[in-house]
Design a protein around this ligand. Structure first.
Ligand code: CA
Length: 225
């Protein structure tokens, strides 16, 4: 799960990002409107945690930018205590949910997960693909009801594949989703092969099916067709 934290209060950014990293999220940070605007134009996120009161702009304007770019990123706005109008405006222009400051990090986590489920899994905790079942709450994968042991990256990779089944995923989009844009600058994206190869091998060994297809020159597709 890849999130962007847009917030100008540094201690708050740090506590959010430390907490979410422990929970296994990939976190990117924008400390002001301009940074956020450039991040959202270059990247996609499962969820954007968006502070409304930024020093150089109003967070609500970023929602408008996202929507005009036809972005599918989830949006959770952070609002000050008494700003009913921010909450209502935010939801009306396309935020998925809001959280009023101050909040508990565990509640933030629960809301991000709920947004993710609503947008990607039709509200379900479990996601199925033939004999493969993923419990996104326990982060556990089963093949024919037996546990499939995956590393964290393999798990994220499988979830990303199955959430985008039958669609070609470029190597770059996979790297961006799993490692963020720090790694995208690296010369070689070869390391992603290793993870895909290992995941593919584990699936073949446990299910006898090879769902990860290489689409020559483009990327990969998770499919049974
Ligand atoms: Ca602020």
């Amino acid at each position: 799960m890849k999130v962007l934290i847009v917030e100008d209060e540094k201690p708050l950014v740090e506590s959010i990002s430390n907490y979410l990293k422990q929970e296994g999220y990939l976190c990117e940070i924008a400390l002001n409107f301009n940074q956020a605007e450039s991040k959202i134009s270059d990247n996609t996120y499962d969820c954007i945690i968006l502070d409304i009161g930024l020093p150089d702009g109003n967070g609500l304007e970023l929602i408008k930018v996202l929507k005009s770019n036809k972005s599918k990123d989830g949006i959770l706005i952070l609002t000050a205590k008494d700003s009913i109008s921010d909450k209502i405006n935010g939801l009306e222009i396309g935020a998925d949910d809001y959280l009023t400051k101050p909040f508990h990090l565990s509640e933030l986590n629960a809301r991000i997960k709920s947004i993710y489920r609503r947008r990607n899994l039709a509200g379900n905790i479990e996601i199925h693909f033939n004999e493969i079942k993923i419990n996104t709450e326990a982060k556990q994968v089963y093949v024919n009801d037996s546990v499939l042991n995956l590393t964290r990256k393999e798990y994220e990779l499988l979830l990303f594949f199955i959430s985008n089944k039958n669609r070609v995923l470029t190597k770059l989009s996979i790297v961006e989703h799993l490692w963020g844009d720090n790694v995208v600058m690296a010369d070689s994206l070869e390391f992603v092969y290793t993870h895909i190869k290992n995941l593919r091998k584990k699936i073949i060994e446990s299910s006898d099916n090879d769902y990860i297809k290489t689409v020559y020159g483009l990327g990969y597709k998770f499919t049974d067709q």
